[in-house]
Structures are given as C-alpha cells and as structure tokens.
Design a protein around this ligand. Structure first.
Ligand code: HEM
Length: 512
C-alpha cells in the first residue's frame, strides 16, 4: 500500500496524514455506529439495561465493580429478571435469571450454545483443551471417560478411601485447636483438605497441605497464581500485550512451566511404574492412562495433562468453598445444627465417628443442608453460554449468534418468584418438604449445572462434604469468633471464596 502511494509521488508526511485522517474517520464512524454499546455488538433496543459508552459499552462499569455479583445485583434490582449490557472485546451479555432460560440454554437447545472462544483463549496455557473449555467431539470424549471414574467400584474404592483418610487428619488437627483453645481458619483448613484428598485419590501424591502447612506446596502456589492471573484477564482486554512485558506475565509463564513440568513428570513416572511393576489401578491417573473410548482411542500426554488440571480446577476450590459456607451457615443457625446432630446421633452409634460408605446417603437432612447452602451460596455463581445459532428464549427474547446468555444463581437463589416468600432464609427443610426432595429441579437449582454438561463430581463433592461435616460435628462444637462480618463477604472471583478467613473456635462436644 505504502509503495503504491509512493509510486503516485505522495510524500511520507502526506502518507502519515492520510493514515491519521483514515484512522480518525474510522473511530468517528465506530463512535457513531456503536454510540451506546461495545464495538461489534448489535443494537438491542428491545431489551432493557444500562446505557454504555461508544465502542467500550459498559466495560468501565464492569471494571469499577466491587464484585461482579454485586454489579449484576444492582442491575437486577433496577431492571428485573432480564437485562443486557455490553463489554469491549467480550461482546453482548444478556442476563436472564429464569429457570426456563437455563433449561433452554443447557438442555433444550444445547447444540445452539457453547463455551466461549475468548474465555477458552484466556485460560489456554493452564487448562488447554480440557473438559471445561471445549465443545463437540473433544468434550464428548473426555466426558465419556471421566464419567467412568465417578461410577460404582472406582468411586467407592478410590474416592471414599481418600476422603476418609484425609478427614481423619482434619479431625486430628481440630483436636489440637480444641486442646489449645486457639481459633482456626476453617476456610483455609478446607482448601488444604480438598487439595490433599484430590492429590491422594488422583495421583497417589501427598501435597502435604494438611500435614506440613508451613511448607506450602510449590504446585499449589503456582496453580493458585495462574488461576488469579486468568481471572484478571477478564477485565484486561490487552492482557496478551501487557503480560508480554510485565512482571506478572513473566511470573505467569514461570508458573505454567512449573505446572507443566510437574504434571508431565507425574504422567511419565506413572506410566513407567505401570509398565515395570504392572501396577493395578490405584488412582485416577492410572484410570485415565488406561482409559479407552468406544473407538479404541486413549488419551495422549497433552490430553492427560489438560484433563488432570481441569479436574483439579473442578474439584478443589468448589468443594472447599461449599464446606466453608456450609459450616458458617450451621454456626449461624443453631436450630439447623440441632437437627443435624439429631440425624448424626440416630445414624451413627455412640462409638462410631466415621460414616460408612453406605451410611452417607442416609444423611438426608445433612444433604438438604448442603443443597440449601449451595442455593444461597452457589459456588459457580454466574454462568452462561455463547450463542452459536440464532434462537428464541422461552420468554420470547430472540438471541443472536455471538451473544452471551448468562444467568446469576446468587440472585436467583434470593428471588421470591422462584423460591417463595422465604427465599432469603436458610431453611434446609425446603428440600425435604418439596415434591422433588433431594432430586430438585435442575433448572431451578442449577448449582451443579444441568443438561448434558451437568457436573460430573456432584456425588464426589456430596460424599466429601457430608463425610467431613458429619465427622466434625460428631466430635466438636464450632463457634464463630466474634467481630467477623456475618454473613461473610465474598471475593470477586469465578467461584465464591470468602474474602476473609473464617475464624472459628473449636471445642469438644463431650469431654472424655
Ligand atoms: C460443591 C462442589 C461443586 C460444584 C458446586 C460444582 C459445580 C459445577 C458446575 C456449575 C459445572 C458446570 C461448569 C460449566 O461448564 O459451566 C460443573 C462441571 C463439572 N464439574 Fe463440578 N462442581 C463441584 C464439584 C466437583 C468435583 C468435586 C468434581 C470432580 C473432580 C467436579 C467435576 C466436574 C466436571 C468434570 C465438570 C465438567 C462437566 C462437563 O463439562 O461435561 N465438580 N461443576
């Protein structure tokens, strides 16, 4: 282009001016065309929502937020169940906090929606093409194999054994705190518990989070760091450029390299052990290495790495946070604690403090308490899908390819239209009294997702939570240390961590 202009005898300064004029004209054109919304989005005068600024839409309101949940809560108070806004580079978000939308998007028109490519790219170095990020064949293959891991014999042998082993360590730690009278941060304890349980059942590795808390595992440090950086990318449209030169970017590359080396090493060691020692199946990695799909395909090393990291992402923080909110709610609701104790004392004898595998499903009130916790504190509070093919939602709202349909379970859990007049109250009994009981309608109670991509770890998480909470309550009393915010504040993140430690005083229920 420049050479053509030169041939036409146009001077460099003129070329520069020409470019500048074209650039400015283009920006003016974009400013007029996208006067109230993010560039690239289509106008939706049929929907309500906050007016955006030219080109950037509502990007600056999103980055100025305290938390994303609060940002959407304010919009829901103003506009109701359905509203829209646009974000520079991410596009148009249509929020529809309606169980019918969830059913439409996650089940009825499953093929018309998918995981967002922009989000896939943001998490790629860490989570690659793992189950959380991909659609189509890649997703189906992983889902088929991973679902076998959580079934029948595997489930009982692998998961129950690890959960009991690590729960016993937690009980011993709590004894020390009960003896010393020092308060403990339960949230921190639960992160350590779920990480160690996962390491044990998945790779036969002891991350030592519970046993050596003073030497934090480098794997855990790097994993947490990378997760934080990826979350930051949602509000940094130029993250690729920024990270290329920033200290954060350098640290991120180091963290990803550490994680890659660690996981590939583990895979290689495991494979050689399997060959040399002809080891039998003893953990999730063995199952993954040996897994074959219907066409005889197995996972290659890169796929194994991606699956492992996605499973850690899926299984660690989610369950630790659910445990934290559940224990907070039990401490704040004495009547619920009493009913839990009644159930524990009915199902476990005085001498038994560990529920057997078969006992766990008998803990109906405890399971209802877990679900009620997730209704008010859904661990994946905001979720949605990118529309691939134009469709119309059940509330007659058209959705166009490229738009992102979102739902906010935190807001929905408090919505009286969905949960009745007592929506804001913590009342586990609601699950037992309703016709669906402990199999609630998945589109109304979508904490574990719904449709073909429903959470594969629901039984695992339920087992982990019920086992530990039952063991803890059987032996100890828990009390919130005064002076903390109640309810606790949550951090702005993809999941729902508490912002501050959950400081708790532990004492023996019965003195020996
Ligand atoms: C309280 C605990 C948990 C909650 C609230 C939860 C919630 C969810 C949600 C909302 C999704 C859908 C994410 C999306 O694709 O948009 C999901 C997917 C998934 N979860 Fe869980 N989860 C929990 C624990 C676990 C555990 C312990 C595991 C096992 C390691 C697990 C494994 C998975 C997997 C593999 C998927 C992907 C399913 C697919 O895309 O087909 N989850 N979970």
């Amino acid at each position: 282009m420049i050479q053509i202009l030169r041939k036409l005898n146009i001077a460099t300064s003129d070329i520069f001016i020409l470019f500048l004029i074209s650039f400015v004209s283009y920006i003016i054109y974009l400013t007029i065309k996208y006067s109230d919304r993010a560039v690239g989005t289509i106008s939706r005068k049929d929907l309500v929502g906050p007016k955006g600024i030219p080109i950037f839409g509502n990007f600056f309101s999103v980055i100025r937020r305290k938390t994303y949940i609060q940002f959407e809560h304010e919009l829901a108070n103003k506009y109701g169940q359905l509203f829209t806004f646009t974000i520079f580079k991410l596009g148009r978000v249509i929020v529809s906090n309606d169980p019918r939308t969830i059913e439409h998007v996650l089940k009825t028109r499953f093929d018309d929606f998918g995981k967002d490519e922009v989000i896939h790219e943001m998490g790629y170095e860490m989570f690659g093409d793992g189950i959380f990020a991909v659609n189509g064949y890649k997703w189906k293959f992983q889902r088929r194999i991973i679902s076998h891991l959580f079934l029948g014999k595997n489930f009982k042998n692998l998961i129950y054994t690890s959960v009991i082993g690590k729960s016993k360590i937690v009980i011993n730690i709590l004894k020390k705190y009960a003896d010393s009278g020092k308060p403990i941060d339960l949230q921190d304890l639960f992160y350590k518990f779920t990480m160690d349980t996962f390491g044990d059942m998945s790779f036969g590795v002891d991350f030592g989070c519970l046993t050596h808390p003073e030497e934090k595992s480098q794997f855990v440090i790097n994993f947490d760091y990378a997760q934080d950086v990826i979350f930051g990318r949602f509000t940094q449209p130029f993250w690729k450029l920024v990270e290329k030169y920033s200290e954060n970017g350098r640290r991120m590359r180091k963290a990803c390299k550490y994680i890659d080396d660690y996981v590939y090493n583990m895979i290689n060691n495991h494979k050689s052990e399997l060959e040399v020692e002809k080891k039998t199946v003893n953990n999730l990695l063995t199952l993954l290495i040996n897994a074959v799909d219907d066409n005889g395909k197995t996972f290659n090393d890169k796929e194994l790495r991606d699956v492992i990291l996605n499973l850690i992402l899926a299984g660690r923080d989610t369950t630790a946070q659910a445990l934290s909110w559940m224990m907070y709610l039990i401490m704040a609701n004495k009547s619920v604690e009493d009913l839990l104790l009644q159930e524990i004392n009915t199902l476990l004898s005085v001498e038994t403090s560990i529920p057997s595998y078969d006992d766990i499903k008998l803990f109906k009130y405890a399971t209802a308490t877990f679900y009620e916790t997730l209704r008010l504190y859904p661990i994946v509070p905001v979720n949605g899908r990118a529309c691939i093919k134009d469709t119309v939602l059940p509330n007659n709202v058209p959705i166009f390819a490229g738009e992102f349909v979102e739902y906010n379970l935190f807001i929905m859990g408090r919505d009286e239209k969905i949960w009745g007049d007592d929506a804001k109250q913590f009342n586990p009994q609601r699950f037992l009294d309703s016709d669906d009981g402990l199999k609630p309608n998945k589109f109304k109670f979508a904490a574990f997702h719904a449709g073909p991509r429903t959470c594969l770890g629901q039984q695992f998480a339920t087992l982990e939570v019920i086992t530990l909470v039952v063991m803890m309550l059987k032996e100890f009393k828990f009390e919130l240390v005064p002076g903390q915010k109640s309810p606790p504040e949550f951090k702005d993140a993809i999941t729902l961590p508490m912002k501050d430690p959950l400081m708790t005083k532990v004492s023996y229920r019965t003195k020996n």
